[in-house]
Design a binder for this molecule. Structure first.
Ligand SMILES: [Mg+2]
Length: 259
């Protein structure tokens, strides 16, 4: 009986190997066959870049038509807003893993994220018009150097004078009181408005620049909590709609979120 089972397993293994070896390489190695629809949509559809580019184009046009205050800043999230992390999601799918802080931090350190289509043109419009960008991200603040290097490697027109990168610290989480600080990005938005910010690696000049109070003219993200004083639970899409494209912009992210 033992011999019979062993022979069966051997025969099956050889059959499987034979079947694999006769398949064209592109079929065997095709990653798309194992990607969940959300990752496939973000990485392969024509709809995704069309939508993100259109949203960013319209946001830039809207901004340039406005009368802007002095010291104006656009607050932007990073992940799935400026940087496209579909490569990380694809890696998780292909290796049968779920999200973990360890693998995420490793991904951030690898600096392999690409750009969300349209983000570069939008940031270029902002800084060319004399505005600044505050990148308020929930990546760990201790990883800011990797995030910054990734952003620079993508050719964005950023420097520490025109762009303030602020990763999330424990203080951001602790500050949430459900009243004035509703989500863990609210503290950093308030700091921008008072000039009490802690930007990544600022020059002396940048410190002086960012120590001034700033006027937030637009908030851009992929998550409803990228909007000040908003939570997933409390957000009212009907109330937010009139603001969309004016002072708030939300990009599509089908892969993950606070929902
Ligand atoms: Mg995001």
């Amino acid at each position: 009986m033992q011999l019979t089972v062993t022979a069966l397993v051997t025969t099956l293994s050889l059959t499987l190997l034979s079947a694999c070896s006769t398949k064209p390489n592109h079929e065997v190695s095709s990653a798309s066959t194992v990607l969940p629809p959300s990752v496939k949509w973000q990485t392969q559809s024509k709809e995704y870049p069309l939508i993100t580019r259109a949203i960013y184009r319209d946001a830039a046009l809207q901004l340039m038509q406005r009368e802007l205050p002095t010291n104006w800043v656009v607050v932007m999230d990073v992940d799935e807003t400026v940087l496209d992390n579909s490569g990380y999601q694809a890696m998780l799918s292909q290796s049968g893993q779920s999200y973990s802080t360890a693998s995420w931090n490793q991904w951030v350190k690898s600096k392999q994220a690409k750009l969300v289509p349209g983000a570069s043109d939008f940031i270029t419009s902002v800084v060319s018009a004399g505005g600044k960008v505050a990148l308020v991200t929930n990546r760990n603040k201790q990883l800011d150097s990797y995030t910054w290097q990734n952003l620079e490697a993508m050719g964005l027109p950023i420097n520490t004078d025109n762009t303030c990168l602020m990763g999330r610290s424990q203080a951001d989480k602790d500050a949430v009181d459900g009243q004035q600080i509703v989500n863990d990005k609210d503290l950093r938005r308030q700091q921008l408005m008072t000039g009490d910010v802690d930007c990544y690696n600022p020059s002396d000049e940048a410190v002086a620049e960012w120590s001034q109070p700033h006027n937030i003219v637009m908030q851009v993200g992929d998550n409803i909590e990228d909007i000040a004083k908003t939570t997933q639970a409390s957000a009212d899409p009907s109330a937010l709609l009139p603001r969309f494209g004016k002072d708030i912009v939300i990009l599509p992210n089908p892969m993950y979120g606070s929902w």
